[in-house]
Design a binder for this molecule. Structure first.
Ligand code: KDG
Length: 328
């Protein structure tokens, strides 16, 4: 019997508030900050929703002002929030961005999230109903780093996805400030083995495989672990490379003026998954992913530049016709 899926994507993870300074350089010298709703899974849910699909986020928030801000942003972007639980006395986690310093082109994330409501997420918070209704479950490797109960919640979500025939999509999103390579590697491997769709950078691929290999070989070895679709995010120079049952594809990154690279990976995941949900071929999924990433890095904030379908078409057309200026 065909299962009726009311949702396209369900994400589990911690939304955060990002404070992004107007100035670049050491954070202690920044005086003016912009406030943005952020967090990897929240970014992905919003990105998929903007592209016309039904997305939900499972998480925990407090009753503080920042939690209210995140919640209203998610609602305003059309993300289903009914599975978000509120916790008295806890708040929304925060991070501050230190852009382009000390390494140009790299942003540093400074976290204030130890006491967040989302850190209390546990298996009991993973609604079976939400997962059963969805086509894809999206997890990042950030959530299992947050607490023991968060890690268990992730594996509960994977168990439920498997039980209900929901595809599991995994992006390790390694965050050095949360845990070490040695701690994260085995968890990433356990999650990658159960994934249907795996996103990975070269570094994360090495952590999963436990060895350094070239990108073509990495693609092969990661897919041998289990995921039918593997997408390698190889950065601004090399772009995206993917393998799926239908074959392989590659997409270059777009040459755009870069303001802040944070959120580029989530944008790629959102773009790829929404094209996949629309039944597009692998090459078009990668193209959409690359376009979403390019748009995101052009401003501060992780999700604000994520495109609607209309914006996406305009962007792709401009690059295809060579109208857009090459910024490299
Ligand atoms: O991918 C962007 C995210 O990393 C950012 O929004 C913060 O979710 C975040 C995290 O935990 O690092």
């Amino acid at each position: 019997m065909e299962v009726r899926r009311l949702l396209d994507l369900v994400c589990v993870g911690e939304p955060l508030v990002q404070f992004n300074p107007l100035d670049e350089g050491p954070m202690r010298h920044a005086n003016l900050f912009e406030k943005h709703a952020a967090g990897a899974e929240s970014n992905i849910a919003i990105g998929v929703s903007r592209l016309g699909h039904r997305a939900a986020l499972i998480t925990k928030l407090g009753f503080d002002q920042l939690s209210a801000f995140v919640l209203s942003t998610l609602k305003g972007e059309g993300v289903e929030t009914k599975w978000i639980k509120r916790v008295e006395g806890k708040s929304c986690g925060v991070f501050v961005v230190q852009r382009n310093y000390p390494v140009p082109g790299k942003s540093d994330l400074i976290y204030y999230r130890n006491d967040s409501a989302a850190r209390l997420l546990s298996p009991a918070d993973i609604s079976e109903d939400a997962i059963r209704q969805s086509k894809i479950l999206q997890l990042s490797g950030i959530t299992p780093a947050l607490s023991d109960s968060c890690r268990k919640a992730c594996f509960r979500a994977i168990d439920l996805a498997e039980k209900h025939g929901v595809k599991f999509s995994f992006d390790p999103n390694f965050r050095r400030r949360l845990w070490s390579v040695r701690e994260a590697g085995p968890v990433f491997l356990a999650m990658a083995k159960r994934a249907d769709i795996l996103f990975s950078s070269s570094e994360e691929g090495e952590m999963i495989l436990g060895k350094r290999v070239g990108s073509e070989r990495m693609l092969e070895e990661l897919s041998k672990l289990g995921p039918k679709t593997v997408v390698l995010k190889l950065g601004a120079k090399k772009g995206l490379l993917a393998k799926a049952p239908q074959g392989k594809a590659r997409a270059p990154s777009h040459a755009v003026p870069v303001v802040d690279v944070i959120g580029a990976g989530d944008a790629a995941v959102a773009g790829f998954l929404s094209a996949l949900l629309s039944g597009e071929k692998l090459a078009r999924c990668l193209k959409t992913a690359a376009a979403c990433s390019a748009l995101t890095v052009m401003r501060r904030g992780d999700f604000e530049n994520l495109p609607t379908r209309d914006d996406l078409e305009k962007f792709l057309l401009a690059f295809e016709k060579g109208v857009a200026i090459d910024q490299r």
